[in-house]
Design a protein around this ligand. Structure first.
Ligand code: NDP
Length: 294
């Protein structure tokens, strides 16, 4: 069994991005700039945005956070996005989810200018990805593709089972793995909460991508010997012996599944670090005008 070290790959990609930023600046260009919009005071959202700001600083990007109160109206939020769309100093921006209930998430995501949509959630970017056109690809599936690519894991002709059908992980993941090329060319099965007898499918998987949000649900008896297991899940659970009183668990029961696998991602340190790196990659592409000609 080999561990898929997301932190190591993320550090390597960050070093490549930092070198590109230095080269851009040496040519007199300003560094790429990412903005994050955060509505309200959700602790997890604050943490994620903090990680993104730190990652920007590590590679030499500028970053800025637009903080808005959770009683903001939808119209006011849309006006803030209009301003970001028009601001030439901002290459790309994200709207941190979840949003307060009175705001229509899909309307907000659709108001982001597609050429600044570095999270890849705008329907135009989703459509471009599905049709194989240049696109900003949602960060987590893109990070998983990077991991498969860098570890040179053969995917052609493999049976990949994706557990979860969310718009940000499961669905784009299934789509990307079915596309032509390496990594890709997989035969893909996508499962969700209405799939009867999940184990019947997981046991067929050469590559198993688990994005359920159900801590340690995948046990050794559900995994084919020699499978590649990608664990996307992150659940925070109480842990009295931990310094901060909690720990993170994946969707896979790591200790019993790992010995059966050819490769497996740990949680934390697997998929998570690559998710942020993919956001940086998309922001660099935005600054260089690589996806949309400006
Ligand atoms: P969602 O809650 O949006 O989707 C979960 C999916 O799992 C749904 O399709 C749901 O089915 C399916 N599901 C839930 N329970 C079961 C079950 N018992 N059997 C079969 N299918 C089930 O979550 P996300 O896709 O946003 O995230 C999934 C996990 O990944 C979470 O733990 C999240 O925190 C983590 N995550 C990690 C990231 C990282 O950087 N490492 C980034 C993004 C997410 P249905 O559609 O029928 O409801």
């Amino acid at each position: 069994m080999e561990l898929l070290d997301g932190k190591k790959i993320a550090d390597a990609v960050k070093a490549e991005i930092a070198a590109e930023v230095q080269a851009m600046q040496a040519q007199g260009q300003r560094p790429p700039c990412l903005a994050a919009v955060i509505v309200g005071h959700d602790g997890a959202s604050e943490t994620y945005v903090g990680h993104k700001e730190r990652a920007c600083a590590q590679v030499g990007f500028k970053s800025t956070v637009v903080r808005l109160e959770d009683n903001i109206t939808e119209a006011q939020l849309l006006a803030e996005l209009e301003a970001l769309n028009a601001n030439p100093e901002i290459d790309g921006y994200i709207v941190q989810l979840p949003l307060p209930r009175h705001i229509d998430e899909q309307k907000v995501l659709s108001a982001i200018a597609p050429h600044k949509d570095v999270d890849g959630f705008h329907p135009e970017n989703v459509g471009r990805m599905v049709t194989g056109l240049p696109a900003y690809i949602s960060a987590t599936p893109d990070g998983i593709m990077e991991l498969l690519r860098r570890y040179q894991i053969p995917t052609a002709g493999k049976h990949c089972v994706v557990l979860g059908r969310s718009n940000i992980v499961g669905r784009p993941m299934a789509n990307l793995l079915s596309q032509k090329g390496q990594p890709g060319d997989c035969t893909v099965t996508m499962c969700h909460s209405r799939t009867p007898n999940l184990a019947e499918h997981t046991l067929q998987a050469d590559i198993l991508v688990v994005a359920l949000g159900r801590a340690e649900m995948i046990t050794a008896d559900m995994v084919k010997p020699g499978a590649v297991v990608i664990d996307v899940g992150i659940t925070r659970v109480a842990c009295p012996t931990a310094k901060n009183g909690w720990k993170l668990l994946g969707d896979v029961k790591f200790d019993e599944v790992a010995p059966k696998c050819s490769y497996i991602t740990p949680v934390p340190g697997g998929v998570g670090p690559l998710t942020i790196v993919s956001l940086l990659k998309n922001t660099l592409k935005a600054a260089k005008g690589e996806v949309y000609q400006q």
